[in-house]
Design a protein around this ligand. Structure first.
Ligand code: FES
Length: 102
């Protein structure tokens, strides 16, 4: 099991919202989709675009720089299947959101 790091209050990320957080030298995007939270690396595997600033449709985020699409639930790259993005387990305890980094 990895380290649990508190990244935000539950009220900080409304449904449909996202927050960029730094955890152990990583920059993550934490999304809230209809009350379910997902954390992925914020950095696109193409040329480093900020995925947390991308357009979100369901569980698909589109990189704002050149349009690569990722499934934020699985990390699957829908544009280049060999370039998955890292995903991280998210836990809610009381009013806080924690991300697990292994
Ligand atoms: S940097 Fe994300 S698609 Fe190019």
């Amino acid at each position: 099991m990895g380290n649990l790091t508190r990244v935000a209050d539950v009220s900080d990320i409304a449904p449909g919202g996202v927050r960029i957080v730094k955890v152990e030298r990583k920059t993550l995007a934490v999304f809230n989709i209809d009350g379910t939270l997902y954390a992925i690396d914020n950095t696109c595997r193409h040329r480093g675009g900020p995925l947390g600033e991308g357009k979100l449709e369901g569980t698909t985020v589109t990189c704002p720089w050149h349009g690569w699409k990722y499934n934020i639930s699985t990390g699957e790259n829908l544009t280049k299947p060999d370039k998955k993005i890292a995903t991280y387990p998210v836990t809610v305890k009381e009013d806080s959101i924690f991300v697990e980094i292994s």
